[in-house]
Design a protein around this ligand. Structure first.
Ligand SMILES: *Cc1c(COP(=O)(O)O)cnc(C)c1O
Length: 394
């Protein structure tokens, strides 16, 4: 038992990301739910106060120009871009992930052309993506086919218009092979739409490098943007001219203040905008993204894998075999930044864990989910979480 405590101390001492923890508001709780709602970066409250009191309260309408409100969706998109391997000018921030899934998928189907009549969707997807895909299929007159990610290559054909996949499975933490699946989708002549909710900010994504067509993600998980912070949409540069949004709004118009009756889409990423951006949430997100200054996503990934490895090892040592079973792949190439443990009475177990200061979450029907956010979770936290879990299970 003490050997793991000693190891945790040594790992924390050698941790090159240990310094970023100070940039977050934390307490005694071991917070392993940052894959659901990221912790509060310490710089956010002051910024929000300034946005409300000075920018809104004093400058009022002038702030659209003088405080950079109008251009915030593209500016903050460019701030997220390096974290997901995108060059500037391809990401716009706004709306929810659900809404961006709709924009991306309908636009992908429109780009694919009329003779392709099928949309493939990750059969294990986070539910909202599946609901939206169902509606997108009905609206565009396509058939929706749920397929396990591993079976996508065999399901592709010249009928496939677009494929919507989750990069990391929200339940099990399984990481899907984005480069090879994207290549397979392209070989079939279809478009790949990736949902990065559980990978952006946790591991390198490489959107440009792997030729991803469209991608979406939220910002309130590993990017710590705050509850309901706006999501983002990536449209690869060479597809932007063909991006035909199903939600064209005055903010995506080439001349938003021309107040014209006809719609002429803007050039570039801002074609993905719809209406007036939610400035308060958006500027809280912008402040939150400052914690990434000087942080390499490769270092985040290395620590994330070390944290999940160490957690699995501690759970094995403290809880033993049998009482819990990991649903998270052992192979690093197949693991995101969370550990999902199947456990009898998981809802009850999680309640008791939270009472004892270890916060993860419960996913129906029998999963304990623990998210590891390398910017503010350390190895001593991991050891403590596993020890408390073993005590609760006993
Ligand atoms: C968290 C999550 C969402 C959330 O969608 P919202 O519209 O932002 O509520 C969608 N998809 C996936 C894969 C997620 O993990």
């Amino acid at each position: 038992m003490s050997e793991l405590v000693t190891r945790a101390g040594a790992l924390d001492a050698a941790d090159e990301l240990a310094g970023t923890r100070k940039q977050f508001v934390l307490d005694e709780v071991v917070y392993l739910d940052g894959n659901s709602l990221g912790a509060l970066p310490a710089g956010v409250p002051g910024r929000v106060e300034d946005v409300v009191r000075r920018q809104w309260g004093e400058l009022r309408i002038r702030s659209w120009e003088e405080s950079g409100w109008w251009t915030a969706p593209e500016r903050i998109g460019d701030r997220i871009a390096p974290l997901v391997g995108a060059a500037p000018g391809q990401i716009v921030v706004g709306d929810s992930t659900s809404v961006n899934v709709f924009k991306a998928l309908v636009a992908a189907v429109r780009m694919a052309g009329g003779d392709r009549d099928e949309i493939l969707v990750d059969a294990t997807t986070f539910p909202t993506d599946g609901y939206i895909a169902g509606s997108a299929a009905r609206m565009t007159g396509r058939t929706l086919r749920p397929v396990l990610p591993a079976e996508v290559p065999g399901a592709l054909s010249d009928r496939t218009a677009a494929v919507l996949l989750n990069h990391v499975d929200y339940r099990t933490g399984r990481l899907h092979d984005l480069p090879s699946l994207t290549a397979a989708v392209h070989t079939a002549g279809a478009l790949a739409v990736w949902d990065l909710c559980h990978s952006a900010g946790a591991l390198p994504v490489g959107l440009d490098e792997h030729g991803v067509d469209l991608a979406v993600g939220c910002t309130y998980k590993y990017l710590n943007g705050g509850p309901g912070s706006p999501a983002y949409l990536y449209v690869r540069r060479d597809l932007q001219d063909r991006f035909d949004s199903p939600l064209p709004g005055w903010n995506s118009h080439a001349e938003p203040f021309g107040m014209r009756g006809d719609f002429e889409p803007a050039a570039g990423a801002l074609r993905g905008r719809v209406g007036t951006p939610d400035i308060l949430s958006m500027l809280a997100l912008e402040a939150a993204l400052e914690v990434w200054e000087g942080v390499s996503i490769e270092a985040v990934r290395a620590k994330s894998l070390a944290l999940t490895d160490f957690f699995l090892e501690c759970v094995g040592a403290y809880a033993g075999e049998g009482r819990v079973e990991s649903l998270t792949p052992v192979a690093h190439a197949e693991r995101g930044s969370q550990v999902a443990l199947r456990c009898e009475d998981a809802g009850d177990v999680m309640k008791r864990l939270i009472e004892r200061g270890v916060v993860g979450d419960f996913r129906h029907p029998d999963v304990l989910r623990f998210g590891f956010t390398p910017l503010y979770v350390g190895f001593a936290d991991v050891e403590r979480a596993a020890r408390v879990l073993a005590e609760v299970l006993r």
